[in-house]
Design a protein around this ligand. Structure first.
Ligand SMILES: CC/C=C\C/C=C\C/C=C\C/C=C\C/C=C\C/C=C\CC/C=C/C(=O)SCCNC(=O)CCNC(=O)[C@H](O)C(C)(C)COP(=O)(O)OP(=O)(O)OC[C@H]1O[C@@H](n2cnc3c(N)ncnc32)[C@H](O)[C@@H]1OP(=O)(O)O
Ligand SMILES: Cc1cc2nc3c(=O)[nH]c(=O)nc-3n(C[C@H](O)[C@H](O)[C@H](O)COP(=O)(O)OP(=O)(O)OC[C@H]3O[C@@H](n4cnc5c(N)ncnc54)[C@H](O)[C@@H]3O)c2cc1C
Length: 664
């Protein structure tokens, strides 16, 4: 018999002003997509082969083993089921089977295969791709070293060409040159794409990708000259064997260098790529995907916190009245609704990012590499902004769930632990924001020369005049808000450029001037990315998939997202009098009014994300809201409760207590 729905959640759903299915359809690309998503998720969630004890109750070794077993099963089952589409794989495997927790094949699919596809020649793909796609070999992406992650040109692992034997000799010349962090390297992978400094005839040509076998295909032992292992427990990522790797005079054939873009001829002649940054292509790809990871993780946390806030009743708002649902406290709404709005903003941004990525890659494949700088700038900015907001949002959601938020039963700590490194991996966020800033500075200078700019920065060409101080406007109007964000971004870019120039004029060389201006440069890059997100959100409101009720509620969310950003960064908007103090006061009032209007729709808005319970993996965020009975059930399953009296009682506590009693 189906469990009864918690009456508060039932009422919330009945009181919504719109049909969540309309928004679900928009989020996932139409009813057919939603149907297949649900089918695939349900197939994975109900498959007895994928059932196991809660990962939170397992040791790290057990977690690794469990995830490995599932990874193998998933490969087999995907094949049987004929799942090949990326979105379908995402539903079945990433969410359905793994609930977005990392596993030992993660890097094989997210970086090893894409690097082979993107950096290999046709002959190299013919040699390795099938083996990799069929999991005859398993690989990772080994780039970061103990001493260098950010500064790729500083990598120390060397790949020295020997024209006599037509081989590369791999070496780790220092301790800090030890590869450190690559996912799935420690115990799982038998191959890797190795990023190493290419040396030919004593000359360095910078980091290049090499296909390297590191373990025997017979007994999985490290090959001669290879030292490899697991780097130990981490903040999260327990199911993943992030590893270390060292080379001592390991020889690989010449054609193990991935040579789609740059080549080494048998005699040692180096053939340059059209752009040296093409070798960094896989990172750009994963950064583009991380915007999706961030939006999805934030959406999950917000779903849990909002549902629970409707089930949770606490305190007495009015004497003698029933305790209110905690979501009725406006302070609680102020914690959660801006992040609900942000989750939507980034889901839409991620869809655009993925579209731009594939569109740009099509151009790059046909030889047009002019799109690369814009793609790099956009993906760097959005990856950083979205993962920063995700981190802040998940933590806010955890605290908004009070004490229960701290328990693994809430599901929120796992989401945080697993996804917080998105701010670090694939390029540390500040470093990447500075890359976006670099592009903005270049574009700004080009606009000063009257050159035409790429679409995403075209607005820099016409930094608007500052409007007369004291002029107030309707800050609820999305057109006004988009212009305000555009103006702020253009002004901050302009000011960062001026600061750079001033530092130069004061006698600093370019790197020192850049460093001195870097706080403002990051601020400008963030403002540029925020402008993109606001404009992109507003652009989705007219999607024909929405009926008028769904459009109305999403418009409110978009207004809230934009207004909250204005209030949070009010100094930026006030500094040059673009907005007035009255505008900001109005913005605060509008936020309160919007939150009141959104309150009855909050549960329907998180339902529209369409995360089944198995994927949320949260006692607090259960669809039926039956939180308390399941909290007790969950705690009872904890390994410490397997016996009434733990064995440590006999070992330690009993003698201690008895000795103390004997002394009395
Ligand atoms: C289809 C799916 C369906 C639904 C989606 C929905 C949801 C999705 C949910 C989940 C998503 C699933 C998967 C993704 C999630 C997780 C990923 C999985 C695991 C992650 C594991 C982590 C792996 C790693 O971390 S690998 C290591 C990553 N390392 C880095 O990123 C290093 C960072 N450093 C650098 O990139 C560079 O060194 C640098 C800092 C950028 C500087 O480079 P360098 O010093 O060489 O260059 P200069 O500074 O001198 O600049 C020269 C010049 O080049 C430009 N430049 C630099 N990089 C690039 C580039 N990549 N492309 C283009 N141009 C570049 C730079 O700006 C300069 O330009 P100018 O001279 O013109 O100024
Ligand atoms: C869970 C996880 C999985 C990972 N998986 C992989 C993988 O599969 N393969 C792989 O190769 N790597 C992987 N990494 C490594 C990851 O890519 C790097 O840690 C990341 O790129 C950051 O580099 P770093 O550690 O050198 O940080 P650092 O660069 O040392 O950062 C430390 C601080 O210095 C600051 N800083 C550094 N340079 C600058 C600068 N130029 N300007 C201003 N500030 C600066 C940063 O902002 C930061 O605050 C993984 C890391 C994690 C945590």
């Amino acid at each position: 018999m189906a469990a009864k729905m918690n009456p508060d959640l039932k009422k919330e759903r009945e009181g919504a002003s719109f049909d969540p299915e309309k928004i679900t359809n928009l989020l996932y690309g139409g009813p057919d997509r939603v149907t297949s998503k649900r089918e695939l998720e349900s197939l994975a969630l109900n498959d007895p082969d994928f059932q196991h004890e809660d990962l939170n109750f397992m040791s790290r070794e057990q977690q690794y083993e469990t995830q490995l077993k599932k990874s193998i099963l998933v490969v087999q089952k995907q094949k049987e089921l004929g799942i090949v589409d990326q979105m379908d794989l995402h539903s079945y495997s990433y969410n359905g089977v793994f609930q977005s927790m990392s596993g030992p094949f993660g890097l094989h699919t997210s970086m090893f295969l894409p690097t082979l596809r993107g950096q290999g020649t046709d002959e190299q793909k013919a040699k390795w791709l099938k083996m990799a796609e069929e999991y005859a070999i398993i690989g990772t992406y080994a780039q970061t070293e103990m001493g260098h992650g950010t500064f790729l040109r500083g990598l120390e692992t060397t790949s020295t060409y020997d024209p006599q034997t037509q081989e590369f000799i791999l070496n780790t010349p220092t301790l800090t040159g030890t590869k450190w962090w690559p996912g799935c390297l420690g115990k799982t992978s038998n191959y890797c794409v190795l990023m190493a400094q290419l040396y030919i005839h004593g000359k360095s040509y910078g980091p290049h990708p090499f296909m390297v076998q590191i373990r025997s295909l017979q007994d999985h032992k490290p090959l001669p000259g290879v030292t490899v292992g697991d780097i130990g427990p981490k903040f999260g990522y327990q199911g993943n064997d992030n590893g270390f790797l060292r080379f001592d005079n390991v020889r690989i054939p010449r054609d193990n260098m991935l040579m789609k873009y740059s080549r080494v001829e048998p005699d040692g002649t180096y053939v340059k790529p059209p752009s040296s940054k093409l070798a960094y292509g896989t990172m750009v790809r994963v950064r583009s995907m991380i915007v999706g990871e961030a939006s999805e993780s934030l959406s999950k946390a917000v779903t849990i916190a909002i549902r629970y806030s409707c089930v949770r009743r606490q305190s007495e708002m009015k004497p003698g009245h029933p305790e209110p649902q905690v979501l009725d406290y406006v302070t609680q709404q102020y914690k959660l609704f801006p992040f609900l709005a942000a989750a939507y903003a980034f889901v839409f941004a991620s869809r655009t990012m993925i579209f731009v990525y594939f569109q740009s890659m099509a151009k790059i494949s046909s030889g047009d590499i002019t799109v690369l700088p814009e793609l790099h700038a956009l993906s760097s900015g959005l990856k950083s902004l979205s993962s920063w907001v995700m981190n802040a949002g998940i933590e806010e959601c955890r605290m908004a769930c009070g004490g229960h938020g701290y328990s693994h039963a809430s599901g929120i700590p796992s989401i945080y632990m697993e996804h917080t490194p998105a701010a670090t991996y694939e390029g540390e966020n500040t470093v990447l924001m500075l890359q976006t800033a670099r592009y903005l500075m270049k574009s700004y200078n080009q606009s000063m020369q009257g050159e035409k700019l790429a679409d995403s920065v075209a607005y820099l060409s016409g930094v608007q005049p500052v409007p007369a101080a004291g002029r107030t406007r309707n800050v609820l109007d999305l057109g006004v808000l988009i212009e305000a964000y555009q103006h702020r971004a253009a002004r901050l870019v302009h000011e960062a450029a001026l600061q750079l120039r001033n530092e130069r004029q004061a006698g600093k060389d370019q790197p020192d001037a850049w460093n001195a201006a870097s706080v403002d440069l990051v601020k400008a890059a963030k403002a540029h990315s925020q402008y993109f997100v606001v404009k992109n959100f507003a652009g989705r409101l007219t999607d024909p998939a929405l009926d008028s009720a769904a459009q109305a509620v999403l418009t409110r969310l978009c207004q809230l997202y934009a207004l909250h950003g204005v209030v949070d960064n009010s100094g930026d908007f006030l500094e040059d009098d673009y907005l007035t103090g009255t505008d900001i006061r109005q913005a605060r009032r509008h936020i309160n009014a919007l939150m009141a209007k959104l309150r009855p729709d909050a549960v329907a808005l998180v339902d529209a994300f369409d995360f089944p319970d198995g994927i949320l993996n949260s006692v607090l965020g259960r669809y039926d809201g039956n939180v308390y009975e399941h909290l007790l059930e969950w705690a009872k399953a904890s390994p410490l409760n397997k016996t009434d009296v733990h064995e440590s009682y006999h070992k330690y506590l009993k003698p201690f207590l008895e000795a103390n009693r004997a002394k009395l």
